[in-house]
Write a protein that binds this ligand. Structure first.
Ligand code: UD1
Ligand code: CA
Length: 486
């Protein structure tokens, strides 16, 4: 194990989070495509710890279920430890130590972090661990200088720059409250010394809790060195306690994500109205227009343009494709394709190169071949369309018989006339045509013209006889030329 690799990271996530006023666990509130806890775990994982431990308490069934689903594939897998009653941050870490190491604590470094600090970057935690090792400290505290330190634990320094103690806001004197350097809530500890010191933490304080912060003074009293890593970026160290702070953190995180994309060559026309999740990827020269949201594992290829006003989730956009005012979820859009405005691409949509999907078109489980066009007012559900075909305006792939969904196949270079109902399951062969207004219920052979509609019958003079005196009848009479004859 390398010197900088911690034995464990312990994430504290058992608190009640009362100020969120929510049925959802505080740490499961989402920002930029992940719950708060997910961001904290991602930062923790950047340290490559031996074990990753999450202390759970309030709404633990939600948190444990989330860990089992969303974090099942990650390494190391987070291990939940239950804290039955919330006896304070020191109590929470003690429970984890007792459960996982019989109270002894592992040899090596143990990092402890609050679960409600979604902006904290892995790099900052790594720097904390590096300083901890380099200074040979028993404990190293991540600190910053807050413009307003109200509510935070204050850092009391010795003359030599080491840390003497952390005093909680509620327990601090006026002089101590004037200190602007605060405890962020992230620490690197010597594992064995931490375990030993936790046994001596009392509840003799304003909240009647076991404070993790008291460990600093205890280790100091034992003659060990306590240090601090002071970070200048106080914004990144902010915690989230209510939905106002959640929105502020989301804005910050979004800004950081957009900045990284812009530095990598993506054009973002209006950062203020653009929201991009943390797992979205984009290649250089992609362009994102105003009012666009990119979620999940969406990817933009080189030169792809998305927006304005588009929301894409788990959608792949090929190089040079154009997607305007579109909602897409689980779709693949081929290179140089053109989608929208006002298109809705649902799961299983796969558009090949140069496909055109126009206004008011909805697609689902639909494969559309190279260069094919679905330009206007159409539903394509459970269908396969070949290359070079055109689906006329206002056509519907009628896929649902009321009980089951069926699939239709349209070949290459097919011309489906406007307002064709393609009643699945049905196959329209290569090069075939359908007449406008047809209801296709049988297969159409390649190259055939399918006409499936009533023959037109004109009843001459019907309006003048049956609707006499109406403007229509007058117009008909004028058109007949009898006006001039009289
Ligand atoms: C804590 C620090 C304070 C620091 C601040 C930074 C202590 C005593 N104080 O204060 O110095 O400035 O964080 O945000 O540690 N938790 C549990 N079990 C418990 C209690 C808390 O898991 O029994 C978890 C909470 O869910 C939260 C974290 O620990 O994620 C911090 O708890 P919180 O009550 O918010 O501590 P603060 O009073 O903010
Ligand atoms: Ca807090």
């Amino acid at each position: 194990m390398s010197a900088s690799r911690p034995a464990a990271v312990i994430v504290l996530a058992a608190g009640e989070g009362t100020r969120m006023k929510s049925r959802t666990s505080k740490v499961l509130h989402e920002l930029c495509g992940r719950p708060m806890l997910g961001h904290v775990l991602a930062a923790a994982r950047a340290l490559d710890p031996g074990r990753l431990v999450v202390v759970v308490g309030h709404r633990r069934e939600q948190v444990v279920a989330h860990l089992e689903q969303a974090e099942a594939e990650t390494s190391p897998r987070p291990e939940p430890v239950v804290q039955e009653r919330q006896g304070g941050t020191g109590h929470a870490v003690r429970m984890a130590m007792e459960r996982l190491w019989d109270g002894g604590g592992p040899s090596g470094t143990v990092v402890v972090t609050n679960g409600d600090h979604p902006l904290l970057r892995g790099e900052t935690l790594a720097e904390l661990v590096r300083v901890h090792g380099a200074e040979g400290n028993a404990v190293t505290v991540l600190t910053t200088e807050m413009p307003d330190a109200t509510g935070y634990g204050r850092i009391l320094r010795e003359g030599d720059g080491s840390v003497a103690a952390i005093v909680e806001h509620k327990d601090a004197t006026e002089v101590q409250r004037a200190v602007r350097e605060i405890n962020v809530g992230m620490y690197a500890f010597d594992g064995a010394l931490l375990a030993d010191a936790l046994k001596r933490v009392t509840t003799d304080n304003a909240k009647g809790e076991e404070y993790l912060t008291d460990v600093v003074g205890i280790l100091r009293g034992d003659g060990h060195r306590a240090g601090a890593y002071l970070t200048a970026d106080w914004v990144e160290t902010q915690g989230v306690n209510d939905k106002v702070q959640l929105a502020q953190a989301r804005r910050q995180l979004n800004d950081r994500i957009l900045e990284a994309h812009m530095r990598a060559g993506v054009t973002i026309v209006d950062p203020a109205s653009t929201w991009i999740d943390v797992d979205v990827t984009a290649e250089a020269d992609a362009v994102v227009h105003p009012g666009t949201q990119l979620h999940g594992r969406t990817h933009l290829g080189e030169g792809a343009e998305v927006g304005p006003g588009s929301t894409l989730t788990d959608t792949l956009v090929g190089a040079g494709a154009r997607v305007v005012n579109t909602v897409a979820d689980g779709a693949e859009i081929g290179p140089e394709a053109s989608v929208g405005p006002f298109a809705y691409l649902r799961r299983g949509t796969r558009l090949s190169r140069k496909v055109k999907i126009g206004a008011y078109v909805e697609t689902k489980n639909a494969e559309v071949g190279e260069g094919s066009k679905v330009p206007h007012l159409t539903y394509v559900g459970d269908a396969e369309i070949g290359a070079g075909s055109n689906i006329g305006a206002s056509s519907v792939f009628v896929n649902y018989d009321g009980v089951e969904k069926h699939r239709s196949v349209v070949g290459d270079h097919v011309k489906v006339g406007s307002d064709t109902m393609i009643v699945a399951p049905v196959t329209i062969g290569d090069g075939a045509y359908t007449a406008a207004g047809s209801v296709i219920v049988q297969d159409v052979p390649p190259g055939a013209m399918a006409v499936a509609r009533g023959r037109q019958r004109n009843i001459e003079g019907w309006v003048e006889r049956k609707r006499a005196g109406t403007p229509a009848a007058e117009a008909a009479r004028r058109a007949s030329g009898r006006d001039r004859a009289e």
